[in-house]
Write a protein that binds this ligand. Structure first.
Ligand code: 13P
Ligand code: ZN
Length: 273
């Protein structure tokens, strides 16, 4: 069977990287059953032939209007599809979609009519924001990292910047690689527009967003970058949990030690483009 990837090495490399990352998600235990989802903006690889491709699905409403997505193209994981299957067969467990002229609907163009993830509103809200702000970021990742979800069941961590402070204090690299920290979205119905809107607000000022009692959302230059952002924070959560299970609350780095890192490495306080 022919594929949109045939004769397009740039696009094929992006999808290959998605497959590599979904394998890691499964290995880490973050992707039970169909858990988690991905979108990647692939518009830069679109040529005349792709633009002329007919829809292979009916037009589907997104549920919201996203003005910066007109005519843009995305790879999206299929709803109900497993990350571990996607790792082997990315084009049978995901699809390429084109956003319609009205900026409120999409159609599938390749390879198969695999319906996109139920979390598409959140992914596309972030993609719309990234394009609007001229960001070079192309990928969005929602996953279910065990230690971070576990922390979101403890009220103390959901207040203010407490979770960010604790995670930063576990190992210097967390602060260096996630200088904006983790933003919290109170529990909201999976797949809802309310969840998408709350996620968008938090990603403006944080590296990763934590959906209370559900999972994380990260953005990145590519899907590996979005994975790394999540992994860095989850590693800190794991260290916290390991120290705690040794019998006491971990000390954590002091505020002065963390400030020194922020100053010496001139860490950004806003999301770079
Ligand atoms: P999908 O299978 O629709 O992508 O949903 C998985 C998920 O994690 C929902 O939050
Ligand atoms: Zn989920």
């Amino acid at each position: 069977m022919s594929s949109i990837l045939d004769g397009r090495p740039g696009l094929a490399a992006v999808i290959e990287q998605v497959a590599e990352v979904t394998g890691y998600l499964w290995q880490k235990g973050w992707a039970e059953r169909n858990g988690g989802n991905i979108t990647v903006n692939i518009t830069e690889f679109v040529d005349d032939e792709i633009m002329a491709m007919p829809a292979i699905s009916p037009v589907v409403q997104i549920g919201t209007t996203l003005p910066h997505l007109k005519g843009k193209y995305f790879y999206a994981k299929g709803t109900g599809k497993r990350m571990r299957d996607l790792a082997r067969f990315p084009m049978q467990n995901g699809a390429i979609i084109r956003i319609c002229e009205d900026c409120a609907s999409y159609e599938i163009i390749a390879d198969e009519p695999v319906m996109p993830t139920s979390e598409l509103p959140s992914h596309l809200a972030l993609q719309n924001y990234l394009i609007e702000t001229g960001s070079s970021y192309k990928a969005t990742l929602h996953t279910h990292p065990i230690e971070l979800v576990a922390m979101s069941h403890i009220q103390r961590f959901l207040k203010g910047d407490e979770m960010t402070r604790v995670l930063w204090s576990m190992i210097p690299e967390t602060l260096a690689f996630a200088p904006l920290g983790i933003g919290i979205v109170p529990y909201s119905l999976p797949g809802s527009i309310a969840l998408a809107e709350a996620t968008l607000e938090q990603i403006k000022t944080h590296d990763v967003v934590l959906w209370e009692k559900h999972g994380t959302v990260a953005v990145g230059t590519d899907i590996m970058d979005a994975f790394d952002q999540t992994d860095v924070l989850c590693k800190a959560a794991n260290i916290y949990m390991c120290a705690k299970s040794m019998g006491s609350e971990p000390d954590g780095m002091t505020d002065a030690e963390m400030k020194e890192i922020q100053d010496v490495f001139k860490l950004p306080k806003e999301r770079p483009c």
